[in-house]
Design a protein around this ligand. Sequence first.
Ligand SMILES: Cc1cc2nc3c(=O)[nH]c(=O)nc-3n(C[C@H](O)[C@H](O)[C@H](O)COP(=O)(O)O)c2cc1C
Length: 178
Amino acid sequence: MQQHSSTAAMVDSVTPGRFRNLMSSFPSGVAIVTTTGRRGRPFGMTVSSLCSLSLQPAMLLVCMRNESETLAEIVVRGAFAVNLLHRDGREAAVLFSSTAPSRFTAIAWDTTPTWSLPALPEHAHTTMECALDNVVRAGDHTLIIGSVADATEWRQDLAPLLYGLRRYATWPENSGPV
Ligand SMILES: Cc1cc2nc3c(=O)[nH]c(=O)nc-3n(C[C@H](O)[C@H](O)[C@H](O)COP(=O)(O)O)c2cc1C
């Protein structure tokens, strides 16, 4: 399809750096997506692109960079866990967004009740287990769409961890659900 020249100029003006800047002022929660790889090895990465997709059935989506090792293992396993981090999960978020090769040796973890996927009960307030439904490649990222099969709520008393303006944050103390 031929692109109108002014449209092309507009697209060119949104460079990766500028787009990253623009999106940094759209804060979100923080999760660690995990799966079990071949020979039982755990994989996981920090994400903020988590989004709920459908209520009935319960479905969610996550965008992961195409080269992600965790993404490759999720596609093979056909299932993944989403660990929703609480305010004390910052250390885990930093670890799982680093280039550390053995993230799971540096942190306490457990397995989920249904599919024995890696869970982070000390860092997450909730862990959801998802069956992989669909994989959609889009630009330099890939959308994974999952159906939520089970959820474990570890801590309901701790506020969620937030990320925006390139830093972690939490809700002010004693701001419970309305
Ligand atoms: C707060 C935060 C949110 C992030 N969100 C995402 C995301 O949604 N998708 C993504 O691909 N990378 C995201 N990243 C970067 C990955 O965590 C990082 O590239 C990680 O090392 C990838 O791990 P992997 O190569 O083992 O898959 C995020 C990083 C941080 C600090």
